[in-house]
Write a protein that binds this ligand. Structure first.
Ligand code: MG
Length: 258
């Protein structure tokens, strides 16, 4: 009788421990405890993600609701990191053959959000993009300066700087309100040694990303820079004028910037 009671009590303790433990793990943003996606939905969502990355699906506002688990698995289950690393590998193969001149005008352009630093923490709270864009929420997240590095891209950045490229970080973030916090965030995540962080000023207010970023590149070319490469998570980073010798799209299935 006593031993049965003891067993029951022990069972209750084990249950409580597991409940608390799984809650603690589940609360971690980059937790690898993943709910498997429904296989039928996953097939559709793989097609959807591929079409998004190839720019065949455009101007989408939210991730299809049935793809929540699929996108979560993609972003935190390891495949996203593998995809980034493969792209970086390809970029470095291309970089190896570039002969730099001694005038210090060989340049690269990197986008910032979800290229250099990640908004995955924020987007987890937005159901990985199943919820619509929330400008106020995003701004208060950006104000925290807590975006973690995307390691593969930091590796690329460091290599480019070491080789002698002038790296320009170009972002649609607002200079006035987010300038300092973005500079600090990039610095504390290891982005040290870039040539210039270029942000949206009052003069660029209301411009589309394509128009604004084209203007920035045009200006750099006007200053005499040779843009060898341009890396971004949005097609609008990589379209328009003065694109650079090559463009590289890094994945982002969570949101679309027109
Ligand atoms: Mg971006």
């Amino acid at each position: 009788m006593i031993s049965a009671m003891a067993k029951k009590v022990r069972g209750v303790f084990v249950f409580l421990f597991l409940t608390l433990f799984s809650k603690a793990v589940g609360d971690k943003i980059f937790s690898r405890v993943i709910v498997p996606a429904d296989p039928a939905a996953a097939s559709f969502c793989l097609s959807w993600r591929l079409a998004v990355e190839a720019n065949n699906v455009r101007a989408w506002r939210t991730v299809p609701a049935q793809c929540l688990r699929y996108i979560e698995n993609y972003m935190i289950g390891g495949q996203y990191d593998l995809d980034i690393n493969l792209i970086v590998e390809q970029i470095l193969i291309y970089v190896k053959d570039i002969v730099l001149l001694e005038d210090g005008m060989d340049a690269w352009i990197l986008d910032v959000d979800d290229t250099c630093i990640s908004n995955l923490f924020y987007y987890k709270g937005k159901r990985y993009g199943c919820d619509p864009y929330d400008p106020v929420g995003f701004k208060s997240w950006a104000m925290k300066g807590a975006c973690p590095v995307i390691p593969g891209v930091l590796n690329l950045f460091t290599t480019l700087v070491e080789i002698g490229f002038k790296v320009f970080l170009v972002t649609g973030r607002d200079q006035e309100t987010l300038g300092q916090v973005t500079t600090e965030n990039l610095h504390n995540q290891g982005f040290i040694g870039y040539e210039r962080l270029i942000m949206r000023s009052a003069a660029n207010k209301g411009q589309s990303a394509v128009v604004y970023k084209s203007g920035v590149r045009k200006q750099l070319i006007g200053e005499g820079y040779r843009i060898w490469g341009n890396v971004g998570d949005q097609w609008s980073d990589l379209q328009g004028e003065c694109l650079g010798n090559r463009t590289f799209k890094v994945p982002n299935p969570m949101y679309f910037v027109p």
